[in-house]
Write a protein that binds this ligand. Structure first.
Ligand code: SAM
Ligand code: SF4
Length: 449
């Protein structure tokens, strides 16, 4: 019996976006039902799984390195199964064996939940499964790493075909889950102590199910017992006035919008196939800021897209300066085989890309610092999700703005894990807010009485 428990340990590595984190959590839940338990030590695992990302070349290089490093556990014990799942498995398929010969399973983005079934198949050859089947419904509560805040996928795939992006090819066309299924998952999470859900999808605001759009879905989720709702990612072309109204009217929705701009140059935006121009984006931001009080706005930006001139890059800097995002994910363009942009000449020299990226990061860092310092003196409602990594005597959590807040414990020795507390912001840097708990937890703010 002991031997069997020991032999059913799974070691996970998850690379990439929130969707991968979600997929890994769901798969962990499925494997738990099959008798596996997760381990943080690869040497004691009988199953090793690497969930991969294909969005940039760098992520792929990292995945291959990690898989080859982990291959040694299989070479030491041939009973160990080594699996690669997700976007890169979907993209490379059998070709993955040239990079990592020790692989037993290569499962694409919609085959990965069937991993336990494939494990039961007998045979010498590695299993490669890449079909885009019907998405599997999650019948029971998947295991969640952070019990208090969980991702809930509302859709999979994408059909926007931004010219630089591999996602539509590795995740297939957009498939939306049913409102009723999403609500069931949210309720299930709430019953297990979850306080906050993040509704995720490549383009959440193009969500549709049986006459319901994303704003309707948000209203439905708001009616559950969940306390806070986040969502990402939104595409500017699908951000409707109805959604903006829902954001402003529904109290449970955190006032944070992640709205990728990608570039400030119309010429580049057109070649990226983003379907909006800089002016459209500016107008959209104005209308959201007008309606949604204390909006926290974040974005994604790419530098060095084919044909991007110094002038184009200046336009990106000008937009960033003008809009003042709270924070941004900033990337150097990475050519991805199979995409439309791969056919364009990658003519911006690597040093120029790096230089532009550095300039952009510095500008954004200064803006983030200014915006965060502007929050000093304000009160944030923070969901505490753990201890600060740097200072174990402090709690950490996220405010409604989606910013990380470090809260000094002082002499307060209560266990506040999973609690939503009011925190007075006392200091800030470019990445983090610092604060102190205001009044008693759970009791109304004395100033509101
Ligand atoms: N669906 C989301 C969206 O439209 O913003 C996110 C998808 S993608 C995984 C996240 C970000 O990666 C994109 O917004 C884009 O900025 C960046 N990205 C995608 N493909 C890229 C590429 N080939 N090179 C550099 N950055 C890329
Ligand atoms: Fe990629 Fe564009 Fe789809 Fe986002 S919206 S996943 S960037 S194709």
């Amino acid at each position: 019996m002991k031997e069997q428990t020991e032999s059913k340990k799974v070691f996970f590595v998850t690379l990439g976006c929130q969707m991968n984190v979600y997929d890994s959590e769901v798969l962990k839940g499925i494997l738990t039902q099959k008798g596996y338990s997760a381990t943080s030590k690869p040497e004691e695992a009988s199953l090793i799984i690497v969930n991969t990302c294909s969005v940039r070349e760098h992520a792929e290089v990292r995945a291959i390195g990690r898989l080859n490093e982990l291959s040694r556990y299989k070479l030491e014990n041939p009973e160990v199964k080594l699996a690669v799942i997700g976007c890169m498995a979907q993209r490379l398929g059998e070709k993955f064996l040239k990079e990592v010969p020790a692989l037993d399973l290569i499962l694409g983005t919609e085959e990965l939940f069937k991993l336990p079934d494939y494990l039961e198949e007998k045979g010498e050859k590695p299993i490669v499964a890449l079909s885009f089947s019907e998405p599997r419904e999650i019948g029971s509560l998947p295991l969640r790493k952070n019990k208090f805040s969980s991702f809930v996928a509302i859709s999979k795939g994408c059909e926007n075909f931004c010219s630089y992006c591999i996602v539509p090819y590795v995740r297939g066309p957009e498939k939306n889950r049913k409102v009723s299924e999403i609500i069931r998952e949210v309720q299930c999470l709430t019953e297990s102590g979850c306080k906050e859900v993040s509704l995720i999808g490549q383009n959440v605001n193009s969500y549709k199910d049986d006459g319901n759009d994303f704003a309707d879905l948000l209203k439905e989720v708001s009616r559950t017992d969940i306390q806070r709702i986040r969502f990402m990612t939104s595409h500017p072309k699908d951000l409707s006035p109805k959604l903006i109204d829902a954001m402003s009217d529904l109290d449970k929705i955190c006032k944070h919008l992640h709205l990728p701009l990608q570039s400030g140059s119309d010429k580049v935006l057109e070649r990226m196939n983003r379907k909006y121009n800089a002016l459209d984006y500016l107008r959209l931001v104005e209308s959201v800021k007008d309606k949604v009080e204390s909006l926290s706005l974040t974005t994604d930006l790419i530098v060095g897209f084919p044909g991007e001139t110094d002038e184009d890059f200046q336009k990106t800097l000008e937009m960033v300066q003008r809009i003042e995002f709270d924070s941004a994910f900033m990337f150097k363009y990475s050519p991805r085989e199979g995409t439309q942009a791969f056919l364009l000449v990658d003519d911006v020299a690597n040093e120029v890309k790096l230089e532009r990226l550095q300039t952009l990061i510095e500008l954004q860092k200064a803006i983030s610092q200014k915006k965060n310092k502007g929050m000093i003196g304000r009160t944030e409602e923070v969901l505490i999700d753990g201890k600060s990594k740097r200072d174990k005597a402090s709690w950490k959590g996220k405010g409604r703005s989606n910013k990380t807040v470090i809260i000094s414990k002082g002499t307060d020795d209560r266990n506040l894990l999973g609690e939503i507390v009011k925190v007075k912001i006392t200091d800030a840097d470019s990445f983090t807010l610092f604060g102190e708990i205001e009044g008693s937890v759970g009791s109304p703010d004395p100033t509101e009485r």
